[in-house]
Design a protein around this ligand. Structure first.
Ligand SMILES: Cc1ncc(COP(=O)(O)O)c(C=O)c1O
Length: 369
C-alpha cells in the first residue's frame, strides 16, 4: 500500500479548459480565464474583488506590500503556521512577531496577541490553519483598538466559515493558495481578495510591475510580476465549478477517519471549530505518555507502512529564520501543538479502503510502545 498525503481531483473539465486556453495561444497572464477565475472566486467568497497571483506566498507578500508594510514595521503572526506566512513578512523588510496558539486549539490566541503588541506593531496576519476559521470578533476588536492592518492567510481554508461568512473578507485583504495539495488547485497559484476598491487597484498595480494605468512602460513605483497565467486560471475555473463537490468528498473522508479513530487511547482528533470547517489534511495530536511513543517514531512507523503522513508544522521560533524574532511571553501552546501533531492523508478521491488502512496503522501505534 502506498498512500500519498494529497492528490488533486482532475477530470475532463480541467482538460477542456486547459486546451481552450492553449488553443487560444494566450498562455501568459492575458486571456479570458484569468478574469473569469477572479470573478468566480470573488463571487464564491461573496466579495467584490479578487486578484490572482503566481502562488500563495506571493499573495501574502503582495497583500503586505499593498498595505504599505516595510522596514521598521512589526507584523504579528502566529508561531504555528507554514513558514510562508513569516517569509512573506521578511520579504517586505518588516519584522515578524510571534504569537502563541490557544490552549484548546492550534489557532492564534487573542491574549497572546495583546501581549505581543508594541509601538511598532503595524499589521497582523491571521492564519486559519488546517481549515479551521479563527473566531474573528476578539481578534478584530484588538486590531481596531490598536489600528492594526489585518491580512487573513486563508491558504488552507478556502470555504471555511466563521459567523456564516467565508473567511477572506474579515480583514483588509485575504490571501489564498492554490498549490496542488490545497482544496482546489491551479498547479501553482494564489489570490488576494478585498472589499476596498483602493486596495484592489493597488493590488493590481503592484502585481504587474507597478506600471502606470494608461501609460505603457511608465512606472510610478516598484512593483512585482506576480501574475497568474491563463493556463493556471483555466484549471482554477474548472476547479471552482466543482468546489462544493470537492469539499463534500473531503468531508466524507474526514468523517470516515473520525468514526474509525474516535476514542483510541493517546490520540486526539476532535476539535471544536468556530464555523464550518474545510477539511484539508487530517490533523491528529498524540499524547506521547499515554501512547508510549514519540511523534517522530509514530511518523516513521506510518511511513514504513507506506503512508505519506507529515509532521504538524514546526513552531516558527524553533527554526533558524525565526529564532531571533520578537515573541510573545510564552509560545508553550504552539510548541505543544507543533511537536505533538501529525497530518494524515486526506484528498477527495481517497478510497474508503485507504482510509481504513491508514486508521488501522494509526490504531497499531499504541501497541508498538
Ligand atoms: C498557511 C499557509 N500560508 C501560505 C502558504 C503558501 O502558499 P504557496 O505554497 O502557494 O506559496 C501555504 C501553503 O503552501 C500555507 O499552508
Amino acid at each position: 500500500m502506498s498512500i500519498p498525503i494529497s492528490k488533486p481531483h482532475l477530470d475532463a473539465r480541467e482538460e477542456q479548459y486547459i486546451l481552450e486556453a492553449l488553443h487560444s495561444t494566450w498562455i501568459s497572464s492575458t486571456g479570458q480565464f484569468v478574469q473569469r477565475f477572479e470573478n468566480d472566486l470573488a463571487a464564491y467568497l461573496g466579495l467584490p474583488h479578487a486578484v490572482s497571483t503566481t502562488n500563495g506566498t506571493a499573495a501574502l507578500h503582495l497583500a503586505l506590500a499593498t498595505l504599505g508594510i516595510g522596514p521598521g514595521d512589526e507584523v504579528l503572526i502566529p508561531d504555528l503556521t507554514f513558514a510562508a506566512t513569516g517569509n512573506a513578512v521578511y520579504m517586505t523588510g518588516a519584522t515578524p512577531v510571534l504569537v502563541d496558539s490557544r490552549a484548546d486549539h492550534w489557532n492564534l490566541d487573542p491574549d497572546s496577541l495583546e501581549n505581543a503588541l508594541s509601538p511598532r506593531s503595524k499589521a497582523l496576519i491571521v492564519v486559519h490553519l488546517l481549515g479551521h476559521a479563527c473566531p474573528m470578533e476578539p481578534i478584530m476588536a484588538i486590531a481596531r483598538r490598536h489600528s492594526l492592518l489585518v491580512v487573513e492567510d486563508c491558504a488552507e481554508a478556502l470555504g471555511s466559515t466563521h459567523a456564516d461568512r467565508r473567511v477572506g473578507g474579515f480583514g483588509h485583504i485575504g490571501a489564498f493558495s492554490f498549490f496542488a495539495n490545497k482544496v482546489m488547485t491551479t498547479g501553482e497559484g494564489g489570490a488576494c481578495v478585498t472589499s476596498d476598491p483602493a486596495l484592489f487597484e493597488r493590488l493590481q498595480d503592484l502585481r504587474a510591475h507597478g506600471m502606470a494605468r494608461g501609460r505603457q512602460y511608465w512606472h510610478e513605483f516598484v512593483g512585482f510580476n506576480y501574475r497568474m497565467t491563463n493556463l493556471s486560471a483555466a484549471l482554477g475555473v474548472a476547479q471552482l465549478e466543482k468546489l462544493p463537490l470537492l469539499l463534500a468528498k473531503r468531508r466524507q473522508v474526514r468523517q470516515h477517519y473520525d468514526a474509525l479513530l474516535e476514542g483510541l487511547p493517546g490520540l486526539r482528533t476532535q476539535f471544536t471549530a468556530s464555523g464550518e470547517v474545510t477539511d484539508w489534511l487530517y490533523p491528529l495530536f498524540l499524547d506521547e505518555q499515554a501512547l508510549g511513543l514519540g511523534r517522530d517514531q509514530a511518523l516513521e512507523a506510518l511511513r514504513q507502512a507506506g503512508i505519506d503522513a507529515r509532521p504538524m508544522f514546526y513552531p516558527l521560533h524553533l527554526m533558524p529564520p525565526f529564532a531571533g524574532a520578537p515573541q510573545a511571553a510564552s509560545l508553550a501552546n504552539s510548541r505543544r501543538w507543533g511537536l505533538s501533531g501529525l497530518l494524515l492523508p486526506l484528498f477527495p478521491d481517497m478510497e474508503p479502503g485507504q482510509v481504513e488502512y491508514v486508521a488501522a496503522q494509526v490504531a497499531k501505534l499504541g501497541q508498538r510502545a
